[in-house]
Design a protein around this ligand. Structure first.
Ligand SMILES: Cc1ncc(COP(=O)(O)O)c(C=O)c1O
Length: 349
């Protein structure tokens, strides 16, 4: 855990993410169509697109009662604001918090973790403290903000709801805020804070892109009190989610049987992938049903070896692990062959 804050970045620059398939394909001189892209935590099977009425292209997007019902039934919470991906809230959190008249003195972010949280606060000039384990009460000060990614990306660490409820109370006593990013929570909803969302100091983010395999439509949600949702809406502006995306999502949220199949397929895939990697590389993997993270001392070399075989994983920002997204059943044979070949190469001196 860092005891001194990170220096605010002097020249805000974009971070690297997975999903840069065209760039990687060019770098390794292999046609895009020949790649197995496992560089993200997006489900390999997308929700099948329904037929869309032409009005969704023509009319301005409108959040209808039926959309709100479908979304709140799916998440089990009505206090929601639809946004164009949870990233759109993450990058505006400093502005949203400042609209509440708060001037945060410090922000705690998980490390390793999805770096956009750290970047948003550092770019806004707020001192950022990194933590490996949730900050203890004795480390917290008045007005602190704690960001928790639950489960964490890329480590998969899952915090218990009781632990988070205690942290929320402690922060409340300190006039602080708890922000929970549940982008990868869909396969473990029993751990979601949405079941007991209350209070003025808890903001929860959800992503619709990962579990539903619909990252391209850019959809997510902020769950918080009405005041926080109004502030967020004022910062982000109207028509956050486009009309076609609203229509697709409403179907996806209502399709409980598809969700149940998706959940069990993802769980089964994660088990298969974890076993495959552990068997060949002899290391324990961590993760969620949407990704599997394998620590390795030669991770950059491994990354290059996988790419040379047309498999594109995510090299973590710390360059000490590879993260693999799930593959479909029909892609398993190819991934298994490449894993066997790459692990063979790595055994050579
Ligand atoms: C932990 C975490 N939160 C949020 C996001 C943003 O997701 P989206 O904007 O697609 O909802 C990501 C994207 O990878 C992520 O890993």
């Amino acid at each position: 855990m860092t005891s001194s804050p990170l220096t605010p970045s002097s020249s805000p620059s974009p971070l690297e993410h997975g999903g840069r398939l065209h760039t990687i394909a060019q770098q390794y001189n292999r046609p895009v169509a020949d790649w197995l892209d496992v560089s993200t935590g997006i489900a390999p099977e997308s929700y099948p697109l329904p037929d869309l009425p032409s009005s969704v292209w023509h009319r301005l997007p409108e959040i209808t009662p039926s959309f709100l019902k479908a979304a709140s039934d799916y998440y089990g919470c009505e206090s929601l604001l639809p946004v164009a991906g949870s990233q759109s809230v993450i990058q505006h959190l400093p502005a949203i918090v400042s609209r509440a008249g708060r001037k945060p003195s410090r922000v705690w972010v998980p490390h390793p973790g999805y770096k956009e949280h750290e970047k948003a606060w550092a770019d806004a000039g707020v001192p950022v403290y990194r933590y490996r384990h949730l900050p203890h009460l004795t480390a917290l000060k008045s007005g602190d903000i704690v960001v928790v990614i639950n489960p964490n990306n890329p480590t998969g660490t899952l915090e218990e709801r009781t632990t988070l409820a205690t942290l929320q109370e402690q922060l409340h006593a300190l006039n602080g805020l708890l922000i929970i990013d549940e982008a990868f929570m869909d396969c473990t909803p029993e751990h979601s804070m949405l079941q007991s969302l209350h209070g003025e100091n808890l903001l929860v983010l959800r992503s619709a892109g990962k579990f539903f395999g619909l990252a391209g439509i850019r959809a997510g949600f902020l769950f918080a009190s009405r005041q926080w949702r109004e502030r967020c809406s004022a910062v982000l502006g109207p028509w956050q989610i486009n009309g076609p995306a609203l229509q697709v999502l409403e179907s996806a949220f209502n399709d409980v049987s598809w969700q149940s199949v998706q959940r069990s397929q993802l769980n089964e895939s994660a088990l298969w992938l974890g076993n495959l990697l552990t068997t060949h590389f002899g290391v324990k993997c961590t993760g969620t049903a949407l990704f599997c993270t394998m620590p390795h001392t030669r991770a950059p070399e491994l990354f290059a070896a996988f790419c040379a075989e047309g498999v594109y994983p995510r090299l973590t920002d710390e360059k000490d692990a590879l993260r693999f997204g799930m593959v479909t059943v029909s892609q398993r044979a190819r991934l298994a062959q490449v894993v066997a070949r790459v692990s063979g190469i790595m055994e050579r001196p």
